[in-house]
Design a binder for this molecule. Sequence first.
Ligand SMILES: Nc1nc2c(ncn2[C@@H]2O[C@H](COP(=O)(O)OP(=O)(O)OP(=O)(O)O)[C@@H](O)[C@H]2O)c(=O)[nH]1
Ligand SMILES: [Mg+2]
Ligand SMILES: [Zn+2]
Length: 361
Amino acid sequence: MREYDYEEEFHARDRKIFRKQRRQAQATDRSKFKKTDLAKKSAVKLDPNLRRGRVVSIGGEGVWVDSENGKVLCSLKGLLKKEKMQAKNILAVGDMVRFSDDGAIAHIEERYSFLARTDISGKKEQLIAVNVDQAIISVSVVNPVLKPALVDRYLIAAERGRMHPVIVVNKIDLLQDHPEEKARYQEFLACYEQLGFPILSVSSAQGIGIEALRALLKGKTSVFSGQSGVGKSSLINACYGLNLKTGGLAQKTAKGTHTTTVAELLALPGGGYCVDTPGIRSFGIWKLELADVTTHFCDLQAYACKYPDCRHVAEPGCGVLRALEQGELSSIRYESYRTLLEEAMAGVDNRTKRKMDEKSD
Ligand SMILES: Nc1nc2c(ncn2[C@@H]2O[C@H](COP(=O)(O)OP(=O)(O)OP(=O)(O)O)[C@@H](O)[C@H]2O)c(=O)[nH]1
Ligand SMILES: [Mg+2]
Ligand SMILES: [Zn+2]
């Protein structure tokens, strides 16, 4: 299945369920369809008979909520109006909800953190997981190759969503036969460690770094996110002796085959939770602004440029370009900066264009 087919199919399901539930709710109670949003909802006095639980997965059959009395299959009530919100999915794994005895979700509690991306259409924000302490930014070497710009996207998203980021580089067992990738990995490691980001190098296949990863996950709620095929499910399996489905890689493209299809919150033996998520091929940051990029790449400010508003692309007297030429600045870091800079500039252009389109409608 092509990536777009897959993603569309995956989220179409989400949409279909929502439409059906909205129709049902509309039929029973039209008064609930006043203009509303989550903030207003939280001010509403809640029915004390509602039960409280946490969303563990959202699939074709409905929303599984873990509560005092075990897992309950719930559904979204029509009163939660998705169209009025910017988010593509109103509910995400990790949400704390209130639901009635018949499983209708009536309220979503305020979130303390979130991991989100731009959905495939580029028009909506899509939540990946919420109420999570740390984002395990899962990448691999060789197969799929390490992509520093993707790591930076996740770092920006984690910071924005108030999640503690941890970069986990899997499949380091493959480095011994790939000297070029090994050199790139070492440069990446040196550069990002120096910037102060926590990084763990592991191999689920050979059990390298698994104990350290387990220690990192203990007692916290973490979300494993990253491309398909980097080994997210394999790592969770290696840490806890679980049997989550893992998949191969497409031979031609060395891309993952989308083995995990729904995000799932798992209770960890020894305390804590983790969310295994389906791999994504494009992780765009919702409304990425130039300021986000400049803030995230604040290390580049250490190199003095002639112009204070230098973008470090081709400006005369650019200290960043000089440092790059002299080998003082890692080309990995610089390339990642350029990728995100271009993305932010394109995003700003698209948004301006969209606004103009809307005005002329
Ligand atoms: N060589 C090597 N292969 C690994 C390692 N970890 C996982 N793999 C392989 O990588 C492939 C993908 O692993 P998965 O755990 O399914 O990857 P995933 O990130 O969960 O993928 P999605 O569920 O599609 O997002 C499988 O064939 C694994 O056996 C590792 O440390 N070394
Ligand atoms: Mg998986
Ligand atoms: Zn510059």
